[in-house]
Design a protein. Structure first.
Lengths: 446, 80
């Protein structure tokens, strides 16, 4: 039964698996990260009232509930023809989103900078509480705005924590930037959201795509254009290999996430912008990119908290009462990159088809390139099929580095070196070619 | 998509990488508790691919399990 299989996969204690596909001569044809533990839930959403879908999806995920929460609400608003949010509501949503990015990225620093990581997590928690999301699952956004206004006392509590949080974020970035990382040899494009000035914006309404050679493929597209921007090469698959339609299935491969966010434009906050320039000079790997984005998010929160409109009591408008038929598309640039919710809705207000395109699915090709490179550089794992790589040194560490770089949405991505519980599985090479016995051609030749 | 399942801790094995046995649906599975050092037996945790990633209060766990049941990937919880 499919549903049971899904559940068994997602509770598998050590599900992180790299599959190495070999040619008959033993050379590696492809290495890829097995996404079986990250099933597509799109089909499960069909038939549900569209208004319930955002909360269903965020409850299923749990790792990035804020990103799903905001993308889902944006998709509902898109279905209503778009909503001009009250300023206070936009500011509150941005606070939630940046705090979520900080909380996610700070986990990476726990092993190297424990006190700073804890400072950042506490700061992020205080901000999410201030915008009405005290629990693990956010309750901030509602269609047309946010559920509750921010009060001055909560705002002030957050403001008092800003200096320590910014200092912690900068310390982590300055420690991380000089550490060498994988060489960035990605041949695809970078895709991220931007603001009206073309700067990276985690809650932007426009999308930019920049090719590896720096050419701008998409300048500033709106979410409503999504169907003309990106297609899945293997629709509905956990590894759908999406691509930019402008470049086609091969050349149009792309990645999302902090590296893409830093490569598509200059950050709009001063300390992060200076660190971004340093990051670019050093070659730009993902671990450092995450720390730069963290600094940016702390600075962004400081600026948002300083806006007097944040305390406005008008935080919601009634969106037009239109739940179908039609298509609603919502996106955010989450901690791991672009997340897209697309709901197609029938006349009865129920979902006729849904697509939840995650950063992990979009980055699967990038991760495959990184894994292939880790093996090609002489670190072939060489384990027999199914043998656990745990406890091995060298090759497993290289493969772990590749996984940390692309950062698939699995807890193992944050595991300490050597503790990822990675399993390497090799496909059985094709048997040597054994020509069939010669059979007389009934046509007599030709 | 990443999927995490609310589960109740029934046993904890301390260590450098503390492990726990959690009940999810009608099964008990082992998971790593390194990210939730404050977890106690009886607590609800969100489990994803063998790691408990956060604590949940019982009300929130019930809401999540209801979402799983509604989507048909998990039987409705009986012990909440």
């Amino acid at each position: 039964m499919v549903q049971r299989w899904v559940l068994d996969e997602i509770i598998d204690p050590f599900g992180a698996k790299v599959v190495v596909d070999r040619a008959p001569d033993g050379t590696v044809r492809e290495a890829r990260f097995d996404l079986a533990g990250l099933p597509r839930v799109d089909a499960l959403l069909t038939g549900h009232p569209v208004a319930e879908v955002p909360s269903l999806v965020e409850r299923l995920c749990g790792v990035c509930p804020a990103a799903h929460h905001l993308a889902g609400i944006r998709a509902l608003e898109s279905l209503s023809g778009g909503v001009a949010l009250p300023t206070a509501a936009d500011l509150s949503r941005r606070l939630l989103h940046h705090a979520s990015a900080i909380a996610t990225h700070a986990v990476r620093a726990v092993t190297t900078s424990r006190d700073d990581a804890v400072t950042l997590r506490r700061f992020a928690k205080e901000v999410t509480v201030a915008v009405g999301s005290p629990g693990h699952f956010p309750a901030t956004a509602v269609p047309g705005g946010v559920a509750v206004p921010v009060d001055a006392e909560a705002r002030d509590r957050c403001l008092t924590l800003v200096p320590a949080a910014l200092a912690a974020a900068v310390r982590i970035a300055e420690r991380t930037l000089p550490v060498p990382g994988p060489v960035d040899a990605f041949t695809g494009a970078d895709v991220a959201l931007i603001d009206e000035k073309g700067r990276p914006d985690l809650l932007g309404t426009r999308l930019r795509a920049v090719a590896a050679d720096g050419r701008v493929v998409i300048d500033a597209a709106a979410a409503a254009e999504w169907d003309r921007l990106v297609a899945e090469a293997v629709p509905g698959d956990p590894a759908p290999r999406p691509y930019l339609l402008a470049l086609g299935p091969e050349r149009g491969r792309y990645r999302v996430g902090p590296v893409a966010q830093l490569r598509i434009g200059g950050l709009g906050t001063p300390q992060a912008a200076a660190l971004q320039a340093d990051w670019s000079r050093r070659g730009g790997h993902a671990a450092a990119a995450r720390t730069v984005v963290t600094v940016h998010s702390v600075e962004a929160i400081a600026a948002l908290l300083a806006r007097p409109e944040l305390l406005d009591r008008r935080v919601r408008i009634d969106p037009p009462d239109r739940t179908g038929p039609g298509v609603g598309i919502g996106w955010v640039d989450g901690p791991r990159g672009l997340l897209v919710h697309r709901y197609q809705v029938a006349a009865d207000g129920r979902v006729s088809s849904a697509t939840v395109l995650t950063p992990t699915a979009q980055n699967e090709y990038w991760l495959a390139q990184l894994l292939r490179r880790a093996i090609d550089t002489g670190h072939d794992p060489g384990h027999p099929a199914g043998e656990s790589g745990r406890g091995q040194t060298g090759p497993i560490v290289e493969l772990e580095d590749a996984i940390r770089e692309a950062d698939p949405c699995l807890p193992c991505s944050s595991a300490p070196v050597g503790a990822m519980g990675l399993v390497v599985e090799e496909t059985v090479p094709d048997a040597p070619y054994d020509p069939p016995d010669q059979v007389p051609d009934p046509s007599g030749g030709q | 998509m990443c999927v995490s399942v609310p589960s109740r801790i029934v046993r904890i094995t301390p260590g450098v990488l503390p492990m726990g046995d959690v009940r999810v649906g009608d099964r008990e599975v082992s998971c790593c508790l390194a990210y939730v050092p404050e977890a106690q037996v009886g607590d609800f945790v969100l489990v994803q691919n063998g790691f408990a990633i956060d604590l949940l209060d019982p009300e929130s766990a019930a809401l999540s399990l209801s979402a799983f049941a509604e989507l048909g990937v998990l039987d409705a919880p009986e012990d909440l």
